[in-house]
Design a protein around this ligand. Structure first.
Ligand code: SF4
Ligand SMILES: [Zn+2]
Ligand SMILES: [Zn+2]
Length: 312
């Protein structure tokens, strides 16, 4: 199999585009898509001329590729600073090796890694949450705790923007889920953000136009350290249903993910103008994170876990 753009052997086939690419042309494609998304998303936030950018670095393939590409794109520009943040959810056999990969990559890229934990921020590890009788499925709580910890750490670090490693498969899956739940509000609230209420660090997703496979292949070609194992609780995630639905769709229509992303953008364009999210948030009285009123969701969940634990 030969590259569609030169005479070198191809390393991948892009079924949605009907093209085969060699390692060099594949890398150029990923880098140009990444830079386009990054530039557009930072400009939409008014951060195109410089920003302190927090990056969620879990040590998995997506966030490792994201961090390396960010350093490549912005590292030489003194107007930008990159601050990697890892969240230790408290799943030792899984997160431990991933955190080592995150540290290794941060060292390679000459970045200072900040590590925060669910246990310190919320009082519970995800493994403990999984063991409580009321919460057999830890993913809902784990996701709320992680978003809160990342936002808090990015704010503590005085960052203007938070970059996350969501790839095209993740974004299309979220759009599909929100559409099937008829949750238009959530479609509009999902990042990349063009604005964010006070206290919430706006999120950018520069990998949103690269498929999961492309992000992983880029990491392999660049020999980035990353931990490839799956979380032991992943089988319990409800998102799995939507993931397999999406993969079935892609089997029949290879551009299904790209079309879902384009639909999300069109919906945002049409609706954002008239219905910008102007939700006023106030600091949670417990932890100071932004909340729509009273205790934030993370503190409510921690209180429910305490109550269930006391009853047991
Ligand atoms: S799969 Fe679930 S429990 Fe595991 S890290 Fe993700 S959200 Fe947390
Ligand atoms: Zn080529
Ligand atoms: Zn709180």
């Amino acid at each position: 199999m030969q590259c569609s753009a030169c005479e070198s052997p191809a390393v991948t086939h892009l079924d949605y585009a009907g093209r085969d690419l060699c390692a060099d042309h594949f890398q150029r494609l990923v880098e140009s898509r990444f830079k386009k998304q990054l530039r557009e998303q930072l400009e939409a936030l008014g951060a195109g001329e410089g920003a302190r950018i927090a990056v969620g670095l879990s040590g998995g393939k997506d966030s490792s590729t994201l961090t390396a590409l960010l350093v490549d794109a912005l590292g030489p520009d003194p107007r930008f600073e990159i601050v990697p943040i890892s969240v230790d959810e408290g799943i030792p056999g899984y997160r431990g090796p991933a955190l080592s990969s995150a540290e290794e990559l941060a060292d390679q890229l000459d970045l200072d890694l900040r590590v925060v934990s669910h246990e310190d921020d919320h009082g519970w590890t995800t493994d403990e949450v999984a063991q409580t009788e009321t919460e057999g499925k830890p993913c809902g709580t784990c996701g709320v705790f992680r978003r809160s910890s990342l936002n808090q750490a990015a704010r503590d670090e005085d960052c203007d923007v938070l970059a996350v490693g969501h790839n095209l498969d993740d974004c299309a899956e979220t759009t599909l889920m929100n559409l099937l739940r008829s949750d238009l509000e959530q479609v509009l609230r999902t990042g990349p953000h063009e604005q964010a209420p006070e206290g919430l660090i706006p999120r950018v997703k520069p990998l949103r136009s690269c498929t999961e496979r492309e992000v992983a292949l880029y990491g392999v070609i660049e020999e980035l350290p990353y931990h490839g194992a799956e979380c032991p609780h992943a089988a319990e995630a409800t998102r799995r249903t939507y993931r397999s639905l999406l993969l079935d769709l892609v089997d029949h229509e290879p551009s299904a993910r790209h079309r879902l992303l384009s639909l999300e953008d069109k919906l945002k364009d049409r609706l954002d103008a008239g219905e910008a999210d102007e939700t006023e948030l106030e600091p949670c009285p417990e932890c100071g994170e932004p909340s729509a009123g009273g205790e934030c969701r993370a503190c409510q969940l921690a209180a429910e876990l305490e109550a269930a634990h006391a009853d047991a």
